[in-house]
Ligand binder design. Sequence first.
Ligand code: SAH
Ligand code: SF4
Ligand code: F3S
Length: 550
Amino acid sequence: MTPRSLPVLDFTPPTAGPAGPRTPPDPADGRLDEFRPEPRALPSFFVWTLGCQMNRSDSEEMAGRLLAAGCAEAPSMESAGLIVINTCAIREAAEAKVIGRQGHLRRLKDANPALRVVLTGCSVRESNRAGLARRYPAVDLFLRPDEEPELVDRLGLASAQAPVGAVAATAATTLVKGDPVSDATHLVRARADAVAGGAVSRGSAISAWLPIIYGCDKTCTYCIVPFSRGPERSRPFDEIVDEARALAAAGYREVTLLGQNVNSYGHDLAPEERFGHIDTERTVGRRQDRTARPDLAELIRAIDAVRADDGGPAIPRLRFVTSHPWDLSDRLVEAMRDCPSVCEALHLPVQSGSDTMLRRMGRQYTVAHYRERLERIREAVPGISLSTDVIVGFCGETEAEYAATLELLRAVRFDQVFAAAYSERPGTPATRLADDVPPAEKRRRLVELLAVQEAIGLDRNRAWLGRTAEVLVDAVVPPRAHDHDDEEEAAGTATARDAFRDLPEGTVHLVGRSRENKLVHLAGAPSLLGRLVDVVVEHAGPYALRGRLA
Ligand code: SAH
Ligand code: SF4
Ligand code: F3S
């Protein structure tokens, strides 16, 4: 039997000699042109952010993703090839600002047909998708807050050639009473990826936002946020502590933990043995078993415990916003007392000083409960500065109910109050109540309340005269004799500018915040930017302090 010969490929080695190492082609060789990929012009982008700190933090992540994709940041909306608008829907006025810019955006698009406009943030909800194109005619692509991580892909900037403008079939959404809302579930993973991939472009090298919980499980009847942001989702404990550690290593002096309600952090995480000592339950509102799950108190203790070589906290200032009176536990109050990095400031929105109003607002606590919490905190952290949010003119608010709010402000003496007139939001439970306080009356109540608070704020700030405040210097105020806007007037920047007009050689007008979250103006060397300095307070206005380096 003849052996079967397998067909083999006859491979004759080249006769020209042994094969040497291959020489790489000369990149300048013109013959290679046809093999080169089409150069893709990446648009430069501009992010316009409205609303709260959560939006600012989300915008840092979107900008980071765009930078990672190779896009450059444009200095202005007018010079950008891609405009991302991160909207706020908390009140009609916030949405009107963006609607009012549609004509301007249209003109920019007429001048530059390649310009693309993306609108995201809290104005984009599944339930109002249909009406968005009509309200925002200059926008090409709408993304819900939970779709923001997809921005780069949806623009076709990352890989595929997905067309700009097409709104793809929506991802899985959560239903709240039959209405689809954002689903915050995957945001936790997306954040972890963005942090790991360096795709977070932080707006400051001094203070950083650190999201710890997404969404809101509350049912405040006036509020759109639960519909825009979906249900609460906590980030894993260790991921947050690791991000804080990385921020410390990068030299950040201040970290603010973010969430619509940071006090409910952790309730949705799995129980773990190491958190076995945690057994708090809510004392007001819906019952919630938090046994062996991490909470905000545990988290701030863990971040505070990250220490520098000198034994002090690696991040000297730790803050958190926003707190809800439902979940403000004794454990948190004790952690605030015990942790040297936690700043002596608490923002605790009250909304109204009347129990009947609080019930109608679905706030789940009474004025007495709220005041008891504040007493606890003032006892534990003497000198703590307190701020709050208030709504005037909510459905059915009588003169007496409104007066109860004034009374609360006078009794508590907050350092700062953020007040607004009630603005009906489509789709919220309060649309079933009559929005019956006339606009002029809402305005009157708002103006009066702000005046009452201004006097209290001034008084509280005057208590600082002659005292020394520790200030984290975070900005240089440019000298500008004109163009004072209202916000600057309110913050006392314009007056401070006048006071610092003739500065000694080598100094500039600096601004920063004290641990108590007071805005402090001072003169000093530009090198103080990012430093913690002691300032003797010499002047106090209702919204800001002014002083000199101690
Ligand atoms: N999660 C935070 C608040 C986020 S919204 C909290 O519960 O404290 C910020 C503030 O906007 C609220 O505290 C409230 O005072 C105000 N606000 C919310 N909805 C509003 C509405 N429909 N009209 C007027 N103000 C509103
Ligand atoms: Fe809105 Fe209430 Fe949630 Fe705050 S706690 S975001 S006011 S629903
Ligand atoms: Fe506005 Fe959304 Fe924040 S509605 S206040 S941007 S959570």
